[in-house]
Every structure is written in structure tokens, then in C-alpha cells.
Design a binder for this molecule. Structure first.
Ligand code: SF4
Ligand code: SF4
Length: 356
């Protein structure tokens, strides 16, 4: 005799339980979708049934009050159906066409930014930054706020050759989607951790600290009951600090941001791509990061000027060649680029000669 299915609290509930009824009824049976304006798209099924998506921006770190407001709007206009995308866009899933205009009006009155669908930027996926994480080399939320303020028009109205996915990770652990975004920022440390000799013996286990280093840069310092770090072997990853808080690596003067370009997840027209290094270091300059914002603008403007319709950033760069990318953006090609361009996964080149 089959046992009744047990309900447990292990694992998430099945996602299908949360789909709007229109999607449940037409699951896997969609005919087409159409972008009606920068913030609204419609999916049409083979049965002729429709569901509309209204997308708004979010700062990712949301207050309880804001989430309650989202939920109230979803209850009022969408039967309670709302979703948060992996890039922190908020999407209201509307099954009744007559609710779209009142929802848009309500969103406008509440000063939400509607847009992000189609050939434009969407919300910027990002990590914890100084708010929450111990290994951050730059802030995430502050940097994203500065970028979104600068590029808001590309979310709400202006068009690009294709969608441009932006990402920020505040250290090279890279909790964001930096490796597969069109233009992405990654926080970098540039100095080895400080060894706080007097604290290590009370705060850290020496063997696990040594084992945490991927390059074998850490060795025991028995005289001081501490560890030593070989500078030329350190790649400033911050891994040791995660297991030993007496090896702080954050440095307000030398930490900064690297910018990588050309990644994408989708396989439309061309294979998914990893991003490659465009700028090895831009200084941290909170609260508005003008140097970073200006560097991203330079790359975005070169893409707008040079790309064909539907080309993603990586596709544009590969068509013109990386040498032309550096010429078009006037970015210097430096020694830090060599690894990325000679041991790149798709080329497996291992010489310093650089020609595309
Ligand atoms: S990217 Fe690094 S600093 Fe940022 S949240 Fe992840 S681990 Fe922390
Ligand atoms: S920062 Fe990374 S490479 Fe440098 S010592 Fe620590 S774990 Fe090793």
C-alpha cells in the first residue's frame, strides 16, 4: 500500500504551486511573446490566453515595508502573483489586461521605476558589499546606486543594440554574475593581508589558515605562534581572512574595482561567453564612484556606437576584434590583461603574443 506523501519542511516547495493559473494552464504551450513598451511584455499561448509582465527596478536590499507594498500591489492587481528575478527586477504578473494601466499608475504614483525589458539595461545583479560581507573590496549597493542613477534612462526609455546585463561583485569570490554579464565590476584587493601576530594565536587555527591559501603563500611562523605570508605568491584573494580574522585584507587606499566585459548566459546567435578583463583597476571613490561610472559609460557608448542591432557586447567585440575594442574605447592594454587574453578558455593560447 502506498504511503500518503509526507509534507516536511526540508527543501523548498515545488515552484509550480506558485505559478499564476494562466501559466499553469498553458505550461510549455506558448506561441510568442511581445515587448509592448520598456516595462511591459505579454506572453500569448497557443490557446490565445495571455499574461502580462510589468517590471520595476529594485535596490535589492529591500525593507519589510517595501516588500509589504509590493505584496499589496500584487494582491490588488495580479491575484497576488509577483516574482523577483535573479537580477533583482520585480515583476508583477498580470492576468487581466484591464489591471495593467491602474497598476502602472499606482507604480508611478509610488515613484517606482518601470522598465528594463528588451534592448536596454535591467536591474544590476550585485552582492553584499560593505553592508554585510567581511571580504568586500568595494561596496555593491552604493556602486550600483551610482550606476543606476547614471544609466536610469537606459532602463526606462532609451534603447541599446541589445540587452546589456550589468553586474557587481564586491570581491573575487564573486557572488554576482560577473563572469557572464555584458559589463561587470569586481572588487579587487591589491595588497597582501596584514598578519596581526598578537591575535592569531587566540583567533585562528594555524593549519586551517595555511590550508585556506590556494597558492601556498602562507607558512607557519612558530617563533611567534603565527603565520607568514610570501608576498610574491599572494594573489590577494582574501580566502585566508575568511578562516582567520587576524589576517585583514581590506585596504581603503589600495582596494578598487576591475571591469570585465563580454560575458553572457544565453545561447541565442552565439555560445554563452565568459567576460574578459577590460580595465584592471579603477579606484574606489565612494559615495558616487565617478571614475567607475565614467569607465562603464565609455564602454557602453563605444558599444552603442559600434554594435549592430541585436549584437550583445561580447558579440560586438568578437566581430571587431579585441584590439579594435581597446582602440574604440581608448582603454590601455596593460600587462594585467595578458593572462586573460592568452590563457582564455576558448583559445587556449599560452604565449604573450596578442593578435586577433
Ligand atoms: S563577492 Fe566577495 S565580498 Fe562580495 S558578498 Fe561575495 S564573498 Fe562577500
Ligand atoms: S589573500 Fe589569498 S593568496 Fe593571499 S595569502 Fe590569503 S589566501 Fe593566500
Amino acid at each position: 500500500m502506498a504511503l500518503p506523501q509526507r509534507r516536511t519542511d526540508i527543501g523548498p516547495p515545488h515552484y509550480k504551486d506558485f505559478l499564476p493559473p494562466v501559466i499553469q494552464k498553458n505550461y510549455g504551450d506558448w506561441k510568442y511573446h511581445e515587448i509592448l513598451n520598456p516595462g511591459v511584455m505579454v506572453h500569448v499561448s497557443n490557446k490565445g490566453e495571455k499574461i502580462w509582465t510589468v517590471r520595476v527596478a529594485s535596490p535589492r536590499l529591500l525593507s519589510t515595508d517595501t516588500i509589504r507594498e509590493h505584496a499589496a500591489l500584487a494582491e490588488k492587481y495580479c491575484g497576488g502573483y509577483i516574482r523577483y528575478t535573479t537580477r533583482h527586477n520585480v515583476e508583477f504578473l498580470v492576468s487581466d489586461e484591464k489591471n495593467i494601466e491602474p497598476l502602472l499608475k499606482d507604480l508611478k504614483d509610488k515613484k517606482y521605476m518601470v522598465g528594463g525589458i528588451g534592448p536596454r539595461i535591467s536591474n544590476i545583479v550585485h552582492t553584499q558589499g560593505w553592508v554585510h560581507c567581511h571580504s568586500a573590496a568595494c561596496d555593491a549597493s552604493g556602486l550600483v546606486k551610482a550606476l543606476m542613477d547614471e544609466f536610469a534612462d537606459y532602463f526606462t526609455t532609451k534603447s541599446l543594440p541589445n540587452k546589456v546585463r550589468l553586474a557587481v561583485a564586491c570581491c573575487t569570490n564573486m557572488c554576482g554574475a560577473v563572469h557572464c554579464s555584458d559589463i561587470a565590476l569586481v572588487g579587487i584587493h591589491r595588497k597582501i593581508p596584514i598578519v596581526e601576530t598578537d591575535k592569531i594565536k587566540n583567533m585562528c587555527e594555524v593549519p586551517s589558515t595555511i590550508a585556506a591559501c590556494p597558492t601556498g603563500a602562507i607558512s607557519p611562523d612558530p617563533a611567534n605562534k603565527a603565520v607568514k605570508i610570501k608576498e610574491e605568491k599572494c594573489m590577494y584573494c582574501g580566502n585566508c581572512f575568511s578562516v582567520c580574522p587576524a589576517l585583514p585584507i581590506a585596504d581603503p587606499v589600495n582596494d578598487g574595482v576591475a571591469i570585465v566585459v563580454g560575458g553572457k548566459v544565453g545561447s541565442l546567435r552565439s555560445d554563452p561567453k565568459f567576460s574578459k578583463l577590460a580595465i584592471p583597476y579603477v579606484p574606489n571613490n565612494p559615495p558616487r564612484w565617478p571614475e567607475v561610472t565614467s569607465a562603464v559609460k565609455t564602454i557602453l557608448e563605444a558599444y552603442i556606437a559600434g554594435a549592430r542591432k541585436h549584437e550583445r557586447v561580447g558579440e560586438w567585440v568578437e566581430r571587431i576584434g579585441w584590439e579594435s575594442f581597446f582602440k574604440a574605447t581608448k582603454l590601455p592594454f596593460t600587462f594585467q590583461h595578458i593572462d586573460d587574453f592568452t590563457i582564455a578558455r576558448e583559445t587556449y593560447r599560452n604565449s604573450a603574443a596578442f593578435k586577433w
